[in-house]
Each structure stands twice: as structure tokens, then as C-alpha cells.
Write a protein that binds this ligand. Structure first.
Ligand code: PNS
Length: 167
């Protein structure tokens, strides 16, 4: 049995956040009530082609989390476990929406633990009203000018409209 570590109670919520949705915000808010500090970490170089730049994604996240004092927004361009070591964090927090998320998340959590046995992944079940929500779905709706006000905060809706109105 390993001895408990004395590391600070810091959690990292990693993701693409392209853009942040009410589903992400739900997980960030709930995690902020459990951990002393939550770092929302936006992945810089993903294989996906993002709609929003890293600065735009961070700016939106900063605005929508401004009332949660123990949340910090940052970005990383590395293996997640390297970033976690750099930030002295050992808990990854992820939201699980449906069974379809499980396989991918199991793979990521298992690999991260294989890469570093000091890392733990904690899963939180998404609140029911957001179980269908994803950034890709939001972008699809916004692209065709559909209603997204129940899915993303106002600032994100405005940014989506601005992006898509440029054609
Ligand atoms: O929001 P996403 O796109 O599902 O987030 C995926 C993310 C950023 C959590 C994942 O791609 C990640 O951790 N990337 C960093 C690179 C890394 O560590 N990859 C190995 C994970 S086993």
C-alpha cells in the first residue's frame, strides 16, 4: 500500500473547449466545489482543426469562469501527464456523458496511469440536461444559425455568431 502523498489538492480539467459549453461549465463548477483549485487546461495542438484559436478559447473560458475564484484557465502543448507534473497536480477531472464516452475515456485514463502512476482520473457524470451536449453539436447548430442559447453561455453564442457570419 502506497503512502498518501502530500501534494496539493489540485485538479486539471483538460480538453479542446472549442468552444466551452454549459456541459463543460457544469463539470468545472462541480469540480471547483470538490478540489482546492481547478486548472482548466486547453490543449494547443490537437489533431482536430479548431474553429476558435487558443486565445479565443481561453478568453471565453476566462469570462465564463470569472465568478469561480479557485478556477484558473491555462493552455498546454505537451503530454497531459507532463503538464500535470509541471503544475504539481495529480488528479484529472473528466465529464462522462454517455456509455459512448466510456471506451475512449477508459483508454485515456488507463494510458495516463501507465505513463505515470501518480496520476488519477476522476469521472463526474454529466448532469442529465447536458448529457447530449458537445462542442461539435453546438458548432453544427450555430453554423446554420440555429438556436444555441440553452447550450452555451451568451459570450460563446456571440462569438459563434461572429465566426459564422464571416462566412
Ligand atoms: O476535449 P477533448 O478533445 O476530448 O480533450 C482531449 C484531451 C485534451 C483531454 C486529450 O487529447 C489529451 O489529454 N491530450 C494531450 C496529449 C496526451 O497526453 N495524450 C495522451 C493521452 S493518453
Amino acid at each position: 500500500m502506497k503512502k498518501p502523498t502530500m501534494e496539493a489538492n489540485i485538479a486539471v480539467c483538460p480538453g479542446s473547449f472549442d468552444p466551452v459549453t454549459y456541459g463543460h461549465l457544469d463539470i468545472i463548477q462541480r469540480a471547483s466545489q470538490v478540489f482546492e483549485k481547478v486548472i482548466v487546461a486547453v490543449l494547443k495542438n490537437s489533431s482536430k482543426t479548431p474553429l476558435f484559436s487558443i486565445e479565443e478559447r481561453k478568453a471565453m473560458l476566462e469570462q465564463v469562469t470569472q465568478d469561480i475564484p479557485n478556477v484558473e484557465v491555462d493552455s498546454f502543448n505537451d503530454l497531459l501527464i507532463n503538464y500535470m507534473n509541471e503544475r504539481n497536480a495529480h488528479v484529472i477531472v473528466k465529464g462522462l456523458r454517455a456509455v459512448s464516452d466510456f471506451e475512449y475515456e477508459l483508454q485515456m485514463a488507463s494510458l495516463n496511469r501507465k505513463l505515470s502512476d501518480r496520476i488519477e482520473t476522476f469521472f463526474m457524470m454529466s448532469s442529465n440536461q447536458y448529457s447530449y451536449l458537445s462542442s461539435s453539436i453546438v458548432k453544427q447548430i450555430a453554423q446554420f444559425n440555429g438556436p444555441v442559447s440553452d447550450l452555451v453561455p451568451d459570450v460563446v453564442e456571440r462569438e459563434l455568431r461572429r465566426k459564422y457570419s464571416k462566412g
